[in-house]
Design a protein. Structure first.
Length: 627
């Protein structure tokens, strides 16, 4: 808990001050990337495509600070403008805080534009990119590359395997020119078996612009491939553990061979490429299972995310408490566990986000500070976007960040409302699932224009088995190189959990109406946001309507506060030409009639009061005609 300048105690877990800054930086990078890409298309993706960024960067460097200074002076001169700035969690921001917040937001957006523009310009001037744009498809170049991911099954016809690489050198005219281009490598045959994660290789290959995917270049047609440096010891051990784990899971049923590696490492069984002659799962069955997981909305379980890191942190903290380690030592152990898990699993954007966020939380634990999820997410986003601007266009990073933000902001209020109707465990699961779905749905529509209608139900059905299957899978992964028999037992226990997940996906994806077609692209995402906003505001609209109906119904009834005091549960009615007289509420309706002074009128009470007043008016008319 922290105090503001006014003495108000705030919960640091919901510190959202950096959130607008992170969003502004993300928006600036996306805008700059979109403009640069449009310029590249207009120029035919030639080296002249950097004209826009080369001419605009000096202008931005001069104009942007001057604009910030002018804006700050205007706001300081007219303090009333700063009083308009509102926060999402408290009242009006003080003038000084409003200026600081606005300046930080504008600075972050400008920094995002500059960083993204510089990244685009550097990428276009890279020697590997220049070769890809100028060379013919048949020309081979000598490349030095670092393999960034394990070898997996190819997503492109004509190749057996693929891996993400970083080109670190291009040989031109008997000298090696440094490079930093990201690329996707495609290989065939024995080359797939000989290459592994963490190696540095030199090869002759063709380089071409990528037709699809997150990497801008494709490298294929490898010849004369040689390994110039083996993986580091930690990476070599992780590779050995992954290959041994694949051999252990090969003895499971088809669904276990597919799903246990996916749940544990983030790599489905049919995508594994490695040494040995392991029998691959049936391709048709594997494709069907993957599609059912996508349709039912639980495909995110097959990617390593924050849940894995939370489990590892809890295990490390439990071990530290069991052997009575001091808190700083336990925090260092948690950080080491995070780094070890990140080495073991398949590298992805969600792993990067979870690793950095977890490290922030562990550093807070080291200094005795409680975790602050929203602040850690904002700092992580700012750091990642500053060092790797390409992540701003990554769907994986956006989905992971949106899910964490939704769970952080929406789960507590949703759970408080659901606790009135459901058991605590059920309300927590429903609130967490709905919160993640609310924030990730627009991004999912950008990826695939459909809404999985059974997603919430499917996630609730598999929730009790995810942690258990993940823990046993990680145990199998760790034990696989050393005790294969125990590793197989743990993997079999994990496959029992994944069997329930596979059955749930099959049941939830079976009906034809499980996936609702939706407009694609940005219009579809905006439409989804609008629909969610209407649904979120609907209870408030209903309450306003009920209040309006109730106020209209009782305008002939109980006098306004201050005109007449009434402590009885009776309503007062006015007859034209007659004195007021009380009338009791309707029998059997405990909320009908007037509430004691100071208590709010609920909708049911107002409807009951309206019925009582209607009955009173009918009685008044009857008495008048019978006099």
């Amino acid at each position: 808990m922290s105090r503001t300048s006014t003495g108000v105690r705030l919960d640091g877990r919901h510190d959202l001050r950096l959130l607008p800054v992170a969003i502004a930086m993300w928006a600036g990078e996306l805008a700059a990337s979109a403009v640069c890409n449009r310029a590249n298309l207009a120029s035919g993706a030639s080296p002249g495509a950097t004209v826009w960024t080369a001419s605009m960067m000096p202008v931005l460097l001069v104009v942007f600070p001057a604009s910030l200074a002018l804006l700050a002076a205007m706001i300081y001169a007219r303090r009333s403008l700063a009083c308009i700035i509102r926060t999402a969690w408290r009242g009006t921001v003080p003038t000084g805080a409003g200026i600081v917040l606005l300046v930080m937001v504008l600075t972050a957006s400008g920094a995002g534009i500059l960083v993204s523009s510089a990244h685009q310009r550097t990428q276009q001037r890279d020697p590997a990119m220049r070769i890809a744009q100028q060379a013919s498809a048949s020309r081979l170049s000598t490349l030095d590359m670092h393999i960034d991911t394990p070898m997996t099954a190819s997503s492109r016809r004509g190749a057996d395997c693929q891996a993400d690489v970083t080109i670190i050198g291009v040989q031109e005219a008997a000298r090696v020119t440094p490079s930093h281009a990201s690329a996707r490598l495609f290989a065939n045959g024995d080359t797939c078996i000989s290459l592994d994660h963490g190696m540095r290789i030199r090869t002759q290959a063709s380089v071409s612009p990528a037709a699809f995917g997150s990497r801008p270049l494709w490298v294929d047609d490898l010849t004369h491939t040689g390994i110039t440096r083996a993986p580091q010891p930690a990476r070599s051990l992780a590779n050995r553990m992954r290959h041994s784990f694949a051999a252990v899971t090969a003895g499971l049923s088809d669904q276990g061979r597919i799903l246990v590696p996916g749940l544990t490492c983030g790599l489905l069984g049919q995508d594994y490429i490695g040494p040995g002659s392991l029998e691959q799962p049936d391709a048709t069955y594997a494709a069907r299972v993957e599609q059912e997981f996508r349709t039912s909305g639980i495909m995110h379980l097959m990617a390593v995310s924050g849940g894995h890191f939370i489990l590892i942190a809890q295990l490390a903290q439990w071990l530290g408490a069991a052997i009575r380690l001091p808190r700083p030592v336990a925090a260092i152990g948690v950080i080491a566990a995070y780094q070890g898990l990140a080495i073991l699993v398949y590298p992805s954007d969600s792993v990067l986000r979870a690793q950095i966020m977890g490290t922030f939380s562990a550093i807070g634990m080291l200094f005795g500070r409680p975790p602050q999820t929203a602040s850690a997410l904002a700092w992580t986003t700012i750091m990642v976007l500053a060092l790797a601007p390409g992540k701003s266009a990554s769907y994986g990073y956006a989905l992971s960040s949106a899910a964490v933000l939704g769970i952080t902001l929406c789960t507590p209020p949703l759970q408080r409302r659901l606790d009135r109707r459901l058991p605590h465990a059920a309300s927590q699961a429903v609130a967490t699932t709905l919160s993640a779905q609310i924030f990730t749905l627009p991004i999912q529509i950008l990826m695939e224009p459909q809404i999985p209608l059974m997603s919430v139900l499917a996630n609730l059905m598999v929730a009790p088995f995810v942690s258990w299957a993940t823990i046993t899978g990680l145990i199998a992964l760790i034990l696989a190189p050393f005790v294969p028999a125990l590793a197989f037992a743990a993997a079999w226990l994990a496959s029992c959990g994944t069997a329930i997940m596979a059955w749930t996906a099959h049941v939830c994806a079976a009906p034809d109406w499980t996936a609702l077609a939706w407009p694609s692209g940005i219009p579809g995402a905006l439409l989804a946001l609008a629909v969610q906003a209407v649904i979120a505001l609907l209870p408030g609209i209903i309450r306003l309507g009920a209040h309006a109906i109730g106020d209209r119904a009782i305008r002939y009834g109980r006098p306004r506060a201050g005109r007449e005091q009434s402590g009885q549960d009776t309503c007062t009615f006015m007859n034209p030409g007659h004195a007021r007289r009380p009338h009791p509420p309707i029998a059997g309706n405990s909320r009908a009639g007037c509430t004691p002074a100071g208590r709010p009128w609920r909708a049911c009470g107002k409807i009951g009061a309206w019925l009582a007043e209607t009955r009173g008016m009918i009685d008044d008319q009857w008495h008048r005609h019978n006099r």
